[in-house]
Design a protein around this ligand. Structure first.
Ligand code: FES
Length: 135
C-alpha cells in the first residue's frame, strides 16, 4: 500500500480543520459584535426615527406599528390583527388597516371597524433622542 492515499486523506482532513476553524472564528466575532447602522449607531433595537412617524399617522416596522396620535406622543402596537392574525398593511386617514377582512384600528390601537374583536396589543417602545426603540 502506498503512502499517497494516506497523504491525500491527511491533507483533506487538515484542510477541513482549517476551514472549520475559520468558520468558527467568523461566527464568534460576528455573534459578539453589536450590529452597527451605517451612521455608526447601534441598530438592533431601533424601530424608526421620530421624524419618520407622521403626526396623526404612523409607520409599520416589521411586527410593530409606531403611531403618533398627537405631536410628541408615540405608541407601539402589534402589527398582528386581532381578528385572524393577518399583518396590518397600511395607515391612512388616521386608521390602521388590515387587508384581510377589513378591520380598521384607531392610532391608539382600538377597533374602529370590521370584525376585529379587540384592540391591537401594545408594544413597549421608548424615544431616545431622534430614535424610537423597542423598550
Ligand atoms: S385578519 Fe384582520 S380583519 Fe381578519
Amino acid at each position: 500500500m502506498s503512502d499517497r492515499p494516506l497523504d491525500r486523506r491527511t491533507a483533506l482532513a487538515s484542510a477541513g480543520i482549517a476551514v472549520a476553524a475559520m468558520g468558527s472564528a467568523a461566527c464568534s466575532s460576528g455573534a459578539d459584535a453589536p450590529r452597527a447602522a451605517t451612521d455608526g449607531s447601534i441598530a438592533e433595537d431601533v424601530l424608526t426615527r421620530v421624524a419618520d412617524v407622521p403626526i396623526g399617522g404612523g409607520v409599520i416596522v416589521g411586527d410593530t406599528v409606531v403611531t403618533q396620535p398627537v405631536a410628541g406622543s408615540f405608541l407601539g402596537l402589534s402589527a398582528t390583527c386581532t381578528h385572524l392574525g393577518c399583518r396590518v398593511a397600511a395607515i391612512a386617514d388616521g386608521l390602521i388597516a388590515c387587508p384581510c377582512h377589513g378591520s380598521r384600528y384607531h392610532l391608539d390601537g382600538s377597533v374602529a371597524a370590521g370584525p376585529a374583536p379587540r384592540p391591537l396589543d401594545t408594544r413597549a417602545i421608548r424615544v431616545d433622542g431622534d430614535r424610537i426603540l423597542r423598550a
